[in-house]
Design a protein around this ligand. Structure first.
Ligand code: C2G
Length: 434
């Protein structure tokens, strides 16, 4: 019996998929199809898959050509599958020509011509809603949203607006955007989603205007230093039934979910200590300190909770500019120390000590792809991993896409009370006189 194997995502099943399965079967007596699992697709950057794994399997099964279906779960699985299932021939479309030649050592390798004029990408573009994103900015970089939003189906940056002509020119040297708007109102009007990437002092008013116009908003936090203003923005978003989302990419990536699961689920025991530090210096960003602080306070509040009994701090300022702060939060049975350096250099790291294990994330932990767990009773180190490219903005956009599909406006990744607590903490630091 000759056994054939082929693989694919088979999203929004179409004629091209049907044809390749039909022809693959002609190469033998028994056809196995590897349908890609969601984690594997996300890992290889395919974030826009629409159909569930169950639906995709069902569609492949319904062709009647397939004898067995397996799930492709990780990079490199193909070699193991060929050996395990004793495969004679591997078939794949010629869009992959040359890419799988190394498999010819194990079995026959056949590239079949793709069916012309049809693809899942094309169907997705024709079938689903398209969301135009507009960016308002004060800094000459896009935080990778232009590139990363393209990876999520139906999202694209189409409009930009910047008050400062020099910054705008610098931005345009790097990026190609369809519509450079003359005014903020024009940009808001032309966009479905507004990304507010401005100086802290301007964020509240930019966000407010976009919400009043009924647009979804992504913003770099903090939006304001005033609690009542943030509450007002939350209320406005609800009234207008639009999404108001912080640009904190960390909470959308797998490794952070794993971290929360380990710590909140008690898997490293009772937490005794949370220690995290971040530092960055940018001469052009006077208030960068507050942006950096949000990044440290989010995991702290999520992991340690908001019921700290005491909060004290040491702050070093140069005029209004915070150069360094060490914040100390005393909880009933634990302590958290947050160190943020704007001018002062500190080692970026995150360490959580529990009674049954210590978690460590090194270097730029807020965008880390892994963390280590050291258990007290062994020298074993467990490593939890995820793989992704870019800065993770695509995961935030994908969350937005899911919310829109589910008619929800609150993401549940960061709760309102957590955001309000952060504003209260930052406001205290802001009021410190040197
Ligand atoms: N295909 C085709 N004609 C089309 C579209 C797709 O022949 N118009 C083929 C592809 O070449 C592939 C199969 O259909 O062999 C499945 O395509 P996708 O669902 O796009 O899957 P892909 O990302 O190519 O997965 O491990 C995954 C595999 O390596 C390939």
């Amino acid at each position: 019996m000759k056994k054939v194997i082929t693989y694919g995502t088979f999203d929004l099943f179409h004629k091209g998929h049907y044809n390749i399965l039909k022809r693959a079967k002609e190469y033998g007596d028994y056809l196995i199809v590897g349908v890609t699992g969601e984690t594997y697709d996300i890992g290889r950057g395919k974030l826009n898959v629409h159909d569930s794994l169950a639906t995709r399997i069902e569609n492949v099964q319904n062709t009647g050509f397939v004898d067995e279906i397996i799930v492709e779960e990780y990079l490199g699985q193909k070699i193991g599958d060929i050996i395990k299932y004793d495969i004679d021939t591997f078939v794949i479309g010629d869009d992959w020509r040359g890419k799988f030649d190394h498999l010819s050592r194990y079995c026959n390798m056949v590239y079949l011509e793709r069916t012309k004029g049809i693809s899942s990408t094309q169907i997705r573009e024709e079938t689903f809603d398209q969301y135009d994103i507009g960016i308002v900015f004060d800094y000459p970089d896009d935080n990778q949203i232009i590139k990363e939003s393209k990876l999520v189906n139906g999202f694209e940056v189409k409009n930009i607006y910047c008050e400062d002509k020099k910054v705008l020119d610098k931005f345009l040297e790097k990026y190609d955007v369809e519509n450079v708007c003359e005014s903020y109102s024009e940009m808001v009007e032309n966009s479905d989603i507004v990304y507010v990437r401005g100086e802290i002092e301007k964020r509240y008013s930019y966000i407010r205007k976009a919400l009043v116009a009924g647009k979804h908003v992504i913003y770099d936090p903090p939006a304001t230093f005033k609690e009542h203003e943030l509450e007002e923005l939350f209320d406005l978003a609800k009234k207008k039934n639009v999404i108001l989302m912080k640009n904190i990419k960390m909470v959308h990536i797998y490794v952070f979910n794993q971290l929360l699961w380990m710590t909140q689920g008690g898997l490293i025991g009772d937490i005794l200590s949370f220690n995290c530090a971040i530092s960055k210096y940018d001469i052009n960003r006077s208030n960068l300190f507050y942006d950096l602080s949000v990044y440290t306070l989010i995991p702290m509040l999520k992991i340690m909770g908001q019921d700290y009994e005491k909060f004290d701090y040491i702050v070093k300022k140069d005029g209004e500019n915070v150069e360094f702060a060490s914040m100390n939060f005393v909880y009933p049975k634990a302590r958290a120390i947050i160190t943020v350096g704007n001018k002062m250099r500190v080692d970026n790291q995150l360490e959580i000590i529990g009674t049954e294990g210590t978690i460590r994330m090194k270097n730029d932990w807020w965008k880390s792809r892994n963390f280590e767990i050291h258990t007290p009773d062994s020298t074993d180190v467990q490593v939890y991993n995820t793989n992704y490219e870019g800065n993770g903005f695509k995961y935030l956009i994908r969350e937005m896409s899911n919310l829109l599909a589910n008619n929800r406006i609150d993401s549940r990744r960061i709760f309102e009370d957590e955001s309000l607590t952060i504003i209260r903490i930052l406001d205290k630091i802001k009021k410190v006189k040197n």
